[in-house]
Design a protein around this ligand. Structure first.
Ligand code: ADP
Ligand code: MG
Length: 183
């Protein structure tokens, strides 16, 4: 089994519902187990090549243990994006769901349609904040920095705020609605 981190984000439609559905579908991945789901963050759209429009994103990160090979996982992520209404003809436009492989264990992958670790994750506050929350001591296999270090040093002016209150499918230890395991 490998430890894999998947970033998810939505900036059009019922974003909370879309994130909830994405997490539900990811829990059904074959040969895999979801081990952590981060809280959700509201993030300002940044125009770094793509043109996602003006809608703010909801973003989060999920950690899984999986025996699926990277390409197999990527193809399932694309199917989930499609199932949740991702516009395949305008992939860089507003997206109902974007799923990215952030880390696949300590592997470096350089293929035309799959680059791991995700090449922009260390520059994005909206990825580093949820990553630092669920895996602060995880080490980036290329630059050898922890998620906590990368977040402390990131130079990203885009605003990122923790969604409050968190939706019920996220178990949030900081939320007043959370009453432990039997709630
Ligand atoms: P982005 O997520 O950068 O806004 P897309 O979701 O449209 O853009 O992805 C564009 C392409 O990026 C996809 O076709 C996919 O094959 C490729 N890609 C490369 N590396 C990764 C990765 N680590 N995770 C997900 N997709 C990736
Ligand atoms: Mg993507």
């Amino acid at each position: 089994m490998e430890t894999v981190f998947i970033g998810f984000g939505s900036n059009v439609g019922d974003r909370v519902d879309l994130c909830s559905r994405a997490v539900t579908l990811l829990r059904l991945l074959p040969r895999s187990q979801v081990t952590h789901v981060s809280p959700l963050y509201e993030t300002e759209p940044v125009d770094d090549g793509a043109h996602p429009g003006s809608g703010w994103f909801l973003n989060g990160v999920l950690q899984i243990a999986t025996a699926l090979p990277p390409r197999h996982l990527l193809s399932i992520l694309r199917e989930i994006e499609q199932a949740l209404g991702r516009d395949q003809d305008n992939r860089s436009g507003p997206r109902t769901m974007d799923l990215d492989i952030l880390f696949y264990g300590n592997r470096s992958i350089h293929e035309p349609d799959l680059i791991v670790p995700h090449p922009r994750l260390h520059r994005r506050r909206f990825v580093l904040m949820p990553l630092s929350e669920i895996a602060p001591l995880w080490i980036h296999p290329v630059n050898q920095c922890s998620m906590r270090q990368l977040l402390a040093e990131v130079d990203d002016p885009a605003e990122v705020r923790r969604l409050s209150p968190q939706p019920s499918f996220i178990s949030d230890p900081y939320s007043p609605q959370h009453h432990g395991s039997n709630s």
